[in-house]
Design a protein around this ligand. Sequence first.
Ligand code: AKG
Length: 356
Amino acid sequence: MKIERSKGVAPIDVMAPTELPQRLLTASEVASFMADRVIHVSGVLSSDWLERIGAVVDAQTDVGGLQSMKANAWHTDDGMHGIIMNCPLAHLAQQVLSKIAEGPETGTEPRDVGKPIRFFYDQMFVKHPNADRDGEATDQDERGHPGNTPWHHDITFWPVVGEQIVSIWIALDPTNLRNGGLEFVPGSSEFEDRYQAMGVGSKGRLPFGSDTLAPIPKINSATTGETGGSLSAISFNMQAGDILIFDAKILHGAPPNLSERARRGLALRYLGDDVVLDDAKYGEQTSMAPFDCYDESLSNGDKVTGPVYPQVLPEKIPSEVAVRIRAPIAPCASKMARWQERNRAAAMSASVPIKP
Ligand SMILES: O=C(O)CCC(=O)C(=O)O
């Protein structure tokens, strides 16, 4: 593995303090996040940051096919390392994670302005244009889907437990339901059930086997084209540079991109200090994404800390940052081997068939 440098992207001093956004969240935006667990925010990211992020995402993703997804680019790419260490949006994550930690009963202003915030991982999602002149899908993945993002809660993919986990999804292009704008089910963070996970990759859908997660219910939405179900979705019209902040437990998905232009998004995931590793939370036969396979020293029950999940606020920890400056973050062979073995077993013994 070697360190890559995105061409044409000016280097960033990853030890410097995380930059401030153009503005912080208002008290009413924080209150709205606490009520709905998803908010749409404009006017926080400068055009310089938008350009930088767009250049790094373009350099890392393919130009063809239905969609390109890539996670953990910061492990090897210096351009993404600069973004995740200095991105001003970490301050907004700190605002909502402080509020989650304090609880809604403490008013709308987060009081802990110095709360430690760690970076979990980056994930890019590019939906390539997939429509003929009449707006009909022209291409399908191997399972016959035109490039939608299946309904899921992020928490069912992740080998962690905790309340203080948020994603900030940055629209790099104007985004709406026609070109793959995200949809959310309000209130679903509080559902008792958690549903089977289905990921997206360059070849289409990726089923994650499970022995305990329930099949996904019918959701009236553009994501699936379903109607007549008991659950309904909301969506947002976003400009390039707008963001969505959402909770790890909220159900979300996205329709295919039936427009003539790419729909590019970058999700940055942030953690507070109650998050611990747990890859067996839904039973040993449930597949999880291998985000716990990069630090040999951490096991189930350990707090998610250390150089693989670097602290970005209130200040950086030089010894952590130095680890990634010295070398790329590499997967641990033994953890990856165990993960692959478990995935094979989960796929073979999944008792609830995954909806195609
Ligand atoms: O951009 C997409 O299509 C999916 C994004 C998503 O599911 C996420 O960021 O958790």
